[in-house]
Ligand binder design. Structure first.
Ligand SMILES: O=P(O)(O)OC[C@H]1O[C@H](OP(=O)(O)OP(=O)(O)O)[C@H](O)[C@@H]1O
Ligand SMILES: Nc1ncnc2[nH]cnc12
Length: 178
């Protein structure tokens, strides 16, 4: 008899490393690099993160840096393009800029003004949703160019940090609550 297939939750428990006090004291850092490095892990995460949004998006936005891994793979798998939402100072042409706060600091995200045409339906992907600062910022940038954010996919949703509440009005799909 075949063994039961591993659930996505069991897979993530196995392939996510928890690093205490990184990048600063008191933060329990969820490191998904082992899951990205695992062939079956990467495939499961990508397939399951886009599944609820099938047919609803024209392009996938990846949030620097770990969101790029998921977004590029998901764009290839679904036959769409991928847009990079980057940390400040990395994009060479005219950008929109937005400042935000996250669990362990503050940041600035940028999006090229012409990378997404008005009316484009965009799915945002990232590895972790914590306070929602990063995804909220990306959603504002996409709004500035007239795009329609149809949803947000994340691998891990950290509970108790208010991320989902901050993104009220957006369809947020997470593979695991931690
Ligand atoms: O919901 P939030 O509180 O905004 O936190 C989530 C964000 O934090 C991490 O990125 P980080 O800024 O550490 O950047 P990195 O991916 O470049 O390491 C993570 O990859 C998310 O993008
Ligand atoms: N605890 C955490 N682990 C990994 N990424 C994060 N982004 C924000 N908080 C995080």
């Amino acid at each position: 008899m075949n063994p039961e297939p591993e659930t996505i939750s069991d897979l993530l428990d196995r392939l996510c490393e928890i690093v205490p006090d990184y990048p600063s004291a008191g933060i329990s850092f969820k490191d998904l690099t082992p899951a990205f490095a695992d062939a079956a892990g990467l495939r499961r995460m990508v397939d399951e993160i886009v599944a609820p949004f099938s047919g609803q998006f024209d392009v996938i936005a990846g949030l620097e840096a770990r969101g790029f891994v998921l977004a590029a793979a998901a764009a290839y798998a679904t036959g769409t393009g991928m847009v990079t939402v980057r940390k400040a100072g990395k994009l060479p042409r005219e950008v929109h800029r937005d400042e935000y706060t996250l669990e362990y600091g503050t940041g600035t995200l940028e999006l090229h003004r012409d990378d997404v045409a008005p009316g484009t339906r965009v799915l945002i992907l990232d590895d972790v949703l914590a306070t929602g600062g990063t995804v909220g910022s990306a959603a504002r940038l996409l709004k500035m160019v007239g795009a329609q954010v149809i949803g947000v996919g994340v691998v891990l949703e950290l509970q108790g940090l208010g991320g989902r509440e901050k993104l009220s009005g957006l369809h947020v799909h997470s593979l695991q609550l931690v």
